[in-house]
Design a protein around this ligand. Structure first.
Ligand code: GCO
Length: 411
């Protein structure tokens, strides 16, 4: 049976400033991308030049059939030096928001999507609890300038992702992170004693700063202007227990997700961002199961994970859910369509069971800068020529746009 989604369901595409804007030279990531021993395989460079091309990009997103666009505003541009706010940068994001409204897209704004200004990293970044106040002040100033045009807001993007990746064994532990040569090289490059950027910070101390920063930011954004839902987004894998792995699964949830889900109980919604599952055995995380294909990121192709994480996040928090990210890195666009079709079936099942799921944003609108892995993974509905910046629609863009326009998932 075809399934029609609730009226007003948000159908969006998602992106993030540093991954698509290009030339984000004042960010902590830019510094790390250029130091000797950089953990990045290549620099972000021009990215998708979205900073200049947003009018055409927004019109393109709308023309495909979507009714929402999730993007992030860049702290490194808005507050280039401590306490110095750029009205030119804020006006840029105001024009983006106006372009969304003019074309009929509800803007979902992320205040922090991994990158921070250099000066913030030089002050110890997220490792220092008191630094939460800087983030709150930035949120207050940005909201003062933009709030009347925001449709929904995410404070922090995936503050738990470092804990998750460490748990998967794909990132060194906190002590190794502290002693990484690129961290010292970055500190030298900006003339400071230390340099703690989001990807290379010690995630155990950072956790408490994130939790504090989120609450302060929530209040700052709620002070207005504007009246729109505010929430947190989390990197949620569907934790599954193989026989005997129940305790390991529960321990992983308690360490990676639950402190954040706990605070989200006080929010307007919880942003669920899911790409795959994680299986736990008696001795910890299990490798991909034999016979299950893996994506370009090395994750199991497991679109059903989304249904599991929506249920988990909603039951834990009691809050409405927006799927703020779901997608797949693949060169094979038919696999993307298959992945999203199955993930949307999961959303359908949740809705049919009465769960308040308010929207679905595909990650990502463009093939873009996938952080340390550079431009190799292809998450986009739209391909981007790295030299000419020409945009080319993939079949999945039109396929998903058609579902969005019809608000219906066909058989
Ligand atoms: C994240 C981020 C995105 C990524 C995406 C694909 O989840 O890490 O929000 O910036 O690009 O998830 O890995």
């Amino acid at each position: 049976m075809p399934y029609t989604f609730p009226a007003g369901f948000l159908w969006g595409v998602a992106g993030a400033a540093h991954q698509i804007e290009g030339g984000n030279v004042n960010s902590d990531s830019w510094v790390l991308e250029h130091v000797p021993g950089s953990p990045f395989v290549e620099p972000s460079g021009d990215a998708c030049d979205h900073y200049h091309r947003y009018p055409d990009d927004i019109a393109l997103i709308r023309s495909l059939g979507f009714n929402s666009y999730r993007f992030s505003i860049e702290w490194a541009r808005i507050e280039p030096e401590e306490g110095e706010f750029s009205y030119a940068a804020l006006d840029h994001y105001r024009r983006m928001l106006e372009a969304c409204h003019a074309s009929g897209l509800t803007p979902v704004v992320t205040y922090h999507h991994f990158t921070s200004p250099r000066w913030f990293a030089a002050k110890g970044g997220w490792e220092v609890l008191a630094n939460a106040d800087y983030f709150a002040r930035y949120c207050e100033r940005a909201t003062a300038h933009l709030g009347d045009l925001i449709g929904a807001a995410c404070t922090l993007n995936e503050p738990n992702v470092g804990l998750l990746i460490q748990h998967m064994g794909h990132m060194p532990g906190d002590e190794a992170m502290l002693n990484a040569s690129y961290r010292r090289a970055a500190a030298r490059a900006v003339g400071s004693d230390d340099f703690a950027a989001f990807p290379n910070c010690r995630h155990a101390p950072a956790r408490d700063t994130f939790l504090k920063a989120h609450r302060l930011a929530f209040d700052a954004i709620k002070a207005g202007p504007g009246s729109f839902p505010v929430g947190l987004t989390l990197a949620l894998v569907d934790h599954q227990a193989a026989p005997g792995g129940e305790a390991a699964r529960d321990a992983a949830r308690a360490a990676i997700d639950e402190p954040f889900l706990e605070t989200a109980r006080h929010d307007d919604f919880i942003g669920v961002q899911t790409y795959s599952r994680m299986r736990h055995g008696p001795d910890g995380v299990l490798p991909p199961e034999a016979g299950v294909p893996v994506t370009q990121m090395g994750y199991e192709f497991w679109p059903e994970a989304l249904e599991g994480t929506i249920r988990y996040a909603h039951v834990f928090t009691g809050r409405p859910v927006i799927v703020t990210e779901n997608g797949i890195g693949t060169e094979n666009d038919a696999d993307r369509i298959e992945y999203v079709r199955r993930a949307l079936r999961g959303v359908q099942h949740c809705l049919q069971d009465g769960l308040p799921v308010r929207g679905y944003c595909y990650w990502s609108v463009f093939d873009n800068f996938e952080w340390s892995q550079g431009y190799r993974p292809k998450f986009g509905l739209i391909a981007v020529d790295r030299v000419t910046q020409t945009r080319t629609l993939k079949p999945s863009a039109e396929w998903l746009g058609q579902i969005a326009r019809a608000n219906t998932l066909a058989d």
